[in-house]
Design a protein around this ligand. Structure first.
Ligand SMILES: [Zn+2]
Ligand SMILES: [Zn+2]
Length: 268
């Protein structure tokens, strides 16, 4: 069983590097076939409300991620075309809030990396599948999508974006040269009171990877028992708590996006 097929009672654990699994499987499975183009992959996909399946004939699962993102700047009503990674480095500082008190430099870096992968996953899903603003641009620059502010960049955000370039959370099954990849609508929010909420309870749509999970290190759990934000997906305060306790983004993202893996995509 591949990591992407982990069942709903998934327990967070220190994960091994996923690429090692691919290498081992590749040695067993044999030679590659031709890779499918993005449009071919989309045609072969199976849609339901919130996910789409892609098949790639590659040794490791390599979902496409957009090279550029078209962002509506609401203040000027103009559309800015920004490279995906530049966009991510300008989104994280506005979305991450102030969770860095008492953290080491390495812990702060890991919190930023985790947020970068979630934000990239959210932006990729918005661009390919959600398209709630129609066809002329991919996302707007407000909390409606993700807060984008070119003036808010910092060195942690830039470094974390580079460290995690092309990485997104995704549900992966299959085997080398015949991968099934489901993109994750990577919702995140500020804090919860010890458990996240399911997508079904909040928005009425049952999504396998957006179920209620424990959030044992959320400091809010011990202070004000309330959820700040919609409560679905990755909890940012809980992430900071996990990092403080030695966990990495390869542990944290599969916990909040149940059954997902962190995979390195390819630009489309
Ligand atoms: Zn929007
Ligand atoms: Zn939490």
């Amino acid at each position: 069983m591949f990591a992407g097929e982990t069942n709903l009672s998934f327990e967070i654990s220190k994960s091994t590097e996923i690429i090692d699994t691919f290498k081992r499987q590749t040695q067993i499975e044999g030679a590659p076939g031709p890779a499918l183009s993005f449009s071919e992959s989309k045609k072969s996909g199976l849609t339901n409300d919130m996910v789409l399946k892609q098949i790639f004939n590659t040794a490791g699962p390599t979902p496409y991620v957009p090279t550029n993102i078209k962002v509506l700047r609401k203040a000027t009503n103009t559309i800015e075309t920004v490279p995906l990674e530049t966009y991510i480095s300008r989104v994280i500082p506005g979305e991450i809030g102030d969770k860095m008190g008492g953290k080491t430099v390495e812990q702060i870096k890991e919190i930023y990396r985790t947020q970068a992968i979630a934000a990239r996953g959210y932006a990729t899903y918005s661009t390919y599948f959600d398209r709630k603003h129609g066809s002329s641009y991919d996302v707007c620059d407000s909390t409606c999508c993700q807060v984008y502010n070119p003036n808010l960049t910092n060195s942690y955000a830039t470094t974390a974006t580079n460290d995690t370039a092309k990485k997104i959370p995704a549900l992966v099954s299959g085997s080398p040269y015949n991968w099934n990849i489901k993109y994750v609508h990577a919702f995140f929010f500020n804090s919860c009171s010890g458990n996240t909420k399911s997508c079904k309870d909040v928005w009425g749509t049952d999504v396998s990877y957006l179920v209620s999970v424990s959030c044992p290190y959320d400091p809010t759990k011990y202070a004000i028992p309330a959820t700040d934000g919609h409560g679905v997906g990755l909890c940012q305060d809980g992430t900071a708590g996990y990092v403080t306790n030695g966990y990495l983004y390869t542990d944290i993202l599969p916990h909040y996006y149940t059954g997902a893996s962190v995979v390195t995509g390819t630009y489309n």
